[in-house]
Structures are given as C-alpha cells and as structure tokens.
Write a protein that binds this ligand. Structure first.
Ligand code: GAP
Length: 459
C-alpha cells in the first residue's frame, strides 16, 4: 500500500476524534478495545445514514416490514441457529511466552500463507512444517476454535445464560410468524431491522472496521425456493443503488463471490460488497447471503412452532431467505474515506469532507459577519431559527473570522454556509436588503440569495 493512502486513513481517524465524530470507548479509563463512542457529529452522520437506509429499503417499498427485536434472546435461539457451535468460531492462536493472541487466519495471511478454508489442524501443520514463530520470535500454541458470542447471565439468581446477539438477523427469524400473522404479507417480502450486534473479536482493529460492538442494518427477504436466483439479482441491484446513494464511487466497490469452502455455516451463496479502503485495499463493506431455509427450518424443529407461509393456493411451505447485511460502522468509514478531500483554495491547502448533503451532520451553517454588531446578530439569529425549523440540523457558527468558519465547516462536511452581512440589513444597497451570502463547500463559490428563497435554494 502506498504511503499517501496509509496517511489518508490516519488523517480521517484523527479528524474524527478532533472534530467530535468518534471517540475511543471509555476514553478516560484508557479505553476498552474494540469499542468506540460516536460524538455529536458522528451520531448525526450515523442517524442520517440509517434514516436514508430505512427510507430506501423500508419506507420506499411495498414489500418490506420494519422490526426492532430485543438484543437478549432465549439461548435456544442461538443453539438452533448454530451460533453456539463451531459455525460461529474464529481460529485463535497464542504466543506461548507472552500470551498475546491472534486470529490465526489473519496471522497466517500476514505471514504470506493463504489458509482460507483450512481446518485448525491443517494450520497447525503449516506452522510446524514452516517453523513459524510469533512476531516476538516465540513458539505458538495450537490453533483452537474461539466462539465469538458474549455470554451473559439473566435473572437475580443468574441461572439463565443469554448472549448479546452477534447478528440482528435472528431477531427477525424468531419474529417471522408474528409478522406474517399480523401483517399478512404477500410473497416475496422482507423484514428489516437496524440495531446493535456484538462479537468478541480476537483482534479488533482498524478503527471502526473490526470492533466488538457495532450496528447492523439487515434484511431477511423471504422467497419461494424456485425464485431465489431471480430475487437475488434484483436485490443485488438495490444494494448497488444504495452504495451509489451514499456517495461511494463505482470504481471503489467490488463484488466478491465468496468461495464455497469459505461460506458462513448457513449460506449457499454469498457476495461480499467490498470497498477500496485507503491503505488497506478492497475489504468487506456489506454481505449478501442466500441463507436457504436453514434458519426457519431449524427454529421450527427446535421450537415446535410452524415457520410456514400459507399461500392462497397450495400447501404451506418454509420460505427461503436472501439476506443483505450492512455494517453501519463500515459504511460510515467508506463514506468518510470517499468524502475526505484535499485541494488548493486561496493559495492554501484545504481539507474538507465532500459528504452528500443527505448525510452531512449539518445541512447548513449560519453566521453573522461580525459577532459584535447586534443588528447583524439579530438578523442572523432569525435566519438561523427559520432554517433550523425547516431542516433541524443547522449550525450556528460565530467564532473567528468568516474565512476560519468556512474552513471549520468544510472540515466537517457542511455543504453550505450562510452569512448575514451589512448588505442583508440594506445598509449598502437597498436592492440587496434581505439577501444573504451562500457559500458552496465544494467550489467555494458565493451567491446572493433572498432570505425568502433560502429553503428552496438549499433544497
Ligand atoms: N447476518 C449476517 C451477518 O451478520 P456478517 O458478514 O457476519 O453477516 C454482516 O456481518 C456485516 O456486519 C459485515 O458485512 C460488516 O459490515 C458488519 N460486521 C460484521 N462484523 C463486524 C465487526 N466485528 N465490526 C464491524 N462491523 C462488522
């Protein structure tokens, strides 16, 4: 990877911390690895992203139903889904001297060995044959399977085990019958959910990319078995449209067909949508799996409750499932990478986030030219409040001079800045009364716009 790309990721991470997008989790206590807290601008960006996703995949369609299931579920859910078994384990390896732990497949890859699809025993064999040592030069343990679910105890006696869900999907499967019984959906249809998921990753890393607590936006799309391929192609196009909608360039997205020996325990086909992260290259952004009838069939067998769809004609059947699954943190990372731009403006290097306006934390910033002139401040406050009533996410910025405010707003991706000056007050030329300067983030161009037309202009 080239140095410039490596630096870009570092610059983005540092911007995120400096400007209130993302902070280390439990920061004042030295952090907790694999956890991040979203600050005021990060939560705004996150919420905008999730709202756009919901608008596109749920509200914008007739075949989708929303859900918000509990994070804690009966442990039988995870037995039936296969998550308590080997299917949800990562291979763990340890430095026998220091106790440092690594994910064996990543460790081997970094050492130049492709172990995709290999069993722990096969990896052990390579390590012995090639005499591979830990990064500190010590002997390594045997590879063992490590289950990534966080277990917890439920109840005053703590006698029941539950897990922090490692995917939101199972909340959807266990509610399949509830949704069918209450909403009478027509086939094919989907159930969508946005929510937290938790995985005890062996080696959390790369900022928001691999963490222990994250959010997913998932759809389980129920189809008749014979239609799965046709529906898969349709959803695949919808996923492509989503990535366009959040501003990701087509050349930075790649669809990777996951080889059969590397498929998740429930999947017969998976395409990973990969993003070209700077300094890292193409890696997973979202997954799109064909889960067959694996989950509903297992839940039916384990719970004794029929997980069948009853068609108008013909016999009840267990639908097959297509699953587009998106990680919010990875989408945010990709959006930030795509938006992070350096250019030359007024003979200076400037850094700005070229965020799509439907994602930017602030839609617009408003300021008086001078903060010590009450008439300017009063007028600017009136414009600010009117825009805030319309858009909600409007910033008030009266710190420093106008040039500095522009730079500050550029850096957090605010698409437009509105400045109230003496012309607005009608003091320079009467025909300019009640007009403001609107400055465009990307071009730096400024236009005069009548206050009465500001909302439609910004829209
Ligand atoms: N229900 C299917 C499922 O969970 P997955 O490929 O394991 O499939 C789906 O996860 C998406 O969730 C990934 O594409 C990624 O965006 C996100 N994701 C998974 N593990 C993650 C982690 N440890 N940190 C951040 N995001 C993660």
């Amino acid at each position: 990877m080239n140095e410039k790309a490596d630096k870009k990721m570092e610059q983005i991470t540092s911007l995120c911390k400096r400007r209130g997008f993302v902070f280390q989790g439990s920061d004042i206590y030295g952090g907790l690895k694999g956890t991040w807290d979203f600050g005021p601008l990060g939560v705004a960006l996150n919420n905008n992203l999730k709202r756009e996703w919901w608008k596109m995949f749920v509200d914008g369609r007739e075949d989708m139903y929303g859900l918000d299931a509990a994070i804690l579920m009966n442990e039988k859910v995870w037995e039936a889904s296969g998550h308590t078994g080997a299917g949800f384990c990562d291979p763990l390896i340890e430095d026998l001297e220091t106790g440092e732990r690594f994910r064996a497949d990543h460790f081997m890859e970094e050492n130049g060995y492709d172990v995709e699809g290999k069993t722990p025993e096969q990896i052990d064999e390579i390590i012995a044959r090639e005499d591979i040592k830990s990064p500190k030069g010590n002997a390594l343990s045997k590879v063992r399977e490590f289950n990534m679910m966080f277990a917890t105890k439920v109840g005053a006696q703590g006698d029941m085990t539950s897990y922090l869900r490692p995917e939101t999907a199972q909340g959807i499967f266990v509610n399949f019958k509830n949704v069918v019984d209450t909403m009478a959906p027509k086939m094919p249809f989907g159930i969508a959910q946005i929510g937290k998921a938790f995985r005890n990753e062996i080696a959390p890393r790369e900022f928001l990319f691999r963490v222990r607590e994250f959010e997913q936006m998932e759809i389980e799309y129920f189809v008749q078995e014979e239609h799965w391929e046709a529906e898969y192609e349709k959803l695949r196009l919808d996923i492509q449209k989503w990535h366009q909608h959040i501003g990701l360039a087509a050349e930075n997205i790649r669809e990777f067909e996951v080889p059969a020996n590397d498929l998740a325990h429930y999947s017969k086909r998976t395409i990973d949508f990969e993003y070209n992260y700077p300094g890292k290259g193409f890696d997973e952004l979202a997954g799109f799996a064909y889960r067959t009838d694996h989950d509903l069939k297992n839940h039916e067998a384990a719970s004794g409750v029929k997980m069948r769809y009853v068609p108008a004609e013909g016999a009840p059947f267990i639908p097959h499932v297509l699953e587009p699954s998106f990680g919010v943190g990875r989408a945010i990372t990709a959006v930030l990478c795509e938006a992070y731009t350096e250019d030359q403006m007024n003979d200076e290097v400037r850094t700005y986030l070229k965020l799509p306006k439907h994602l930017a934390p602030y839609r617009v910033a408003v300021s008086p030219l001078l903060k010590n002139k009450p008439a300017l401040v009063e007028k600017a406050r009136a414009v600010f409040l009117a825009l805030k009533a319309e858009f909600g996410n409007v910033a008030w910025d009266d710190n420093g001079n106008v040039g500095k405010r522009y730079r500050r707003q550029d850096e957090i991706g605010t698409p437009a800045c509105v400045v109230i000056d003496f012309e607005t007050l009608g003091q320079e030329a009467p025909e300019l009364a009640d007009t403001v300067t609107v400055r465009n983030r990307d071009t730096g161009a400024q236009e005069r716009v009548a206050i009465a037309e500001l909302v439609s202009y910004l829209e």
